[in-house]
Design a protein around this ligand. Sequence first.
Ligand code: PRP
Ligand code: URA
Length: 210
Amino acid sequence: MRLHIADHPLITHKLTVLRDKRTPSPVFRQLTEELVTLLAYEATRSVRVEPIEIETPVVKTTGVALSTPRPLVVPILRAGLGMLEGMVKLVPTAEVGFLGMVRDEETFQPTTYAERLPDDLSDRQCFVLDPMLATGGSLGAAIEFLFKRGAQEVTAICLLGAPEGVAAIEKQVAGRDVTLVLGSLDERLNEKGYIVPGLGDAGDRLYGTV
Ligand code: PRP
Ligand code: URA
């Protein structure tokens, strides 16, 4: 597994505001989008392109276009939905699939309650969006789901990750083509499975408590 931890003062600044418990939902949503766009720049470094010929007003020249099949972006509902706009801003032609998952707050086991993805993902570059990598249960299950459908390559973008979650994903995906892009690698998980220092419950902060 390749691990990329963002190292940029703008990302750290935006994450600081995001972590602050006084930051209201509308600002939290806006910052989440901005952060994803910045992280997506790194996460799409290996996106597949093919050469094309174009004409500028001056000469003929060559450039590139995104290859087909198009990249597939998969937000993990609910909190991952808050990352979608920021991602498709950078890759507007990407296809979007959905996975709905919720973790049991006592056992930390994830349950999948919704799925809307192409049946065959062979040869697809998949980009999974989930703001929080805590125990790694949810992201791990999402990655397995995509590989079972034939995905060759999965890149996950998370705003915050705990070392425990990173280690769990690393162990699980050994030998497969997985890249993890984090806005920050935080200190640890607490006894409730929350990331420390973290930002609290990402879904609640984006959308309010349900
Ligand atoms: C949160 C978060 C991740 C998961 C992380 O979702 O968005 O999906 O928990 O925890 P894990 O790494 O221990 O699995 P949650 O289950 O709270 O659902 P929500 O997005 O609907 O709030
Ligand atoms: N899910 C969240 O939303 N936050 C955490 O810190 C852990 C899991």
